[in-house]
Design a protein around this ligand. Structure first.
Ligand code: ZN
Length: 131
């Protein structure tokens, strides 16, 4: 993988980069190159999401996958961004405090550590918006 592509990929995860159709106003995350509404007539541009939204639903993960053990239990939520798209992400903090409809905002945090090679993954998580 070339260096510029590597950084582009990082950018998308770190900053909630998506796309926006200026023709119909729809937002896409993950980014799409064509608009599902306008097809070829759509005008797609890069868009950086504000990172604010609310929790649509969530589940509490008590038995975490390898590399995430130290973080369990934690809430894994479907978050609807204010611009429209939904995504799945971890909510930082005590899962007891998480509720449907809760306002959240994105933060950049360590996601986990990968076994053998000791790699550390970073990406977007969410925190309560009033925190
Ligand atoms: Zn469109």
């Amino acid at each position: 993988m070339s260096v510029p592509r590597f950084w582009r990929n990082l950018d998308s995860r770190y900053n909630l980069e998506g796309t926006h159709c200026t023709e119909c106003g729809e937002y896409f995350y993950p980014p799409r190159k064509t608009c599902v509404n306008c097809r070829r007539l759509g005008q797609i541009e890069a868009y950086r999401f504000k990172g604010t939204g609310e929790i649509v639903t969530y589940t509490v993960i008590r038995t975490a996958a390898e590399g995430f053990e130290e973080q369990a239990p934690y809430a894994l939520a479907i978050i609807k961004l204010d611009e429209g798209p939904s995504l799945t992400a971890q909510v930082v903090g005590s899962p007891e405090k998480v509720h449907i409809g809760m306002r959240v905002s994105s933060v950049f945090r360590k996601l986990g550590e990968g076994g053998d090679r000791g790699m550390i993954y970073y990406g977007t998580k969410f925190i309560p918006a009033d925190a």
